[in-house]
Design a protein around this ligand. Structure first.
Ligand SMILES: [Zn+2]
Ligand SMILES: [Zn+2]
Length: 250
């Protein structure tokens, strides 16, 4: 849930300044509501393109079949001339979709994702299927379980090495140097909307004014996320990097 105190929506502790940096929601909630109206109207992610140019893989019926849903984010910024710029992002999508017209791309280089990350993820899926086929209790199943654990730990370390973050003082650092607890970095750091949006803004000379993240689609399986509901930046993956990322903003 979004904090009642909207100034605490997006924040993190910065080691360099020895204090918390934060970003309010600003106008981002209203902008997100406009975006939701576009979702209802167009029912596809590439709505900046004409209907005739629409790519079927970006249709909501393809991306979110059944009652699946997803996290989206909006960042209101201004450029050096004081003009408003609006950035949109989605959290990582299934099927390896990394780039959609009108949206901030994933932080990871698409080539690295395609050549190194995606095949690794597919291998883990295959190992899981194989393990379940044998049954976890059998010796073959247990052996695959161990093998999968090693493989996924190594893959995660490799993936972490690909991520670099830029802040609003123009500094760029690798994930391992900025995560507050570098020994316990969870999977998927940098794949949420907030880091994608802030990194893009920082690298393009845009000053962030407000950020909002919301869920859209069917109610999620645990029922904890309702379509159109706003959420604060997540505690496990984003807060530990937001102190560095927001440095220079406030
Ligand atoms: Zn997050
Ligand atoms: Zn700082």
């Amino acid at each position: 849930m979004l904090s009642k105190n909207h100034s605490e929506n997006c924040f993190g502790f910065c080691h360099d300044c020895d204090r918390v940096h934060s970003l309010p929601t600003g106008n981002a909630i209203e902008l997100a509501q406009e975006l939701l109206r576009d979702f209802e109207k167009f029912k596809r992610l590439d709505f900046i393109n004409d209907e005739s140019q629409a790519d079927p893989q970006f249709g909501f019926d393809q991306l979110f079949p059944g009652d699946r849903g997803h996290m989206f984010g909006i960042l209101e910024c201004e450029n050096e001339s004081g003009e408003q710029k609006i950035l949109r992002a989605f959290s990582s999508l299934a099927g390896g979709i990394r780039k959609v017209p009108g949206w901030v791309s994933s932080m990871l280089d698409p080539k690295i994702f395609a050549e190194q990350v995606f095949p690794g993820q597919q291998k883990i899926k295959a190992m899981t299927a194989e393990m379940n086929g044998h049954g976890r209790e059998t010796s073959a199943g247990a052996a695959i379980f161990e093998e999968r654990k090693q493989f996924s730990q190594n893959l995660m370390r490799e993936i972490h090495d690909f991520y670099e973050f830029t802040n609003f003082r123009g500094e760029t650092r690798p994930l391992r140097d900025i995560f507050l607890k570098p020994d316990s970095i969870p999977g998927g750091v940098g794949e949420c909307c907030a880091p994608k949006l802030l990194n893009h803004a920082a690298k393009n000379g845009l000053k962030p004014l407000g950020l909002a993240e919301f869920y859209w689609g069917g109610p999620n399986s645990s029922g904890r996320k309702q379509p159109g509901e706003f959420f604060s930046c997540c505690e496990d993956k984003c807060q530990p990097i937001l102190g560095f990322m927001l440095c220079g903003v406030d």
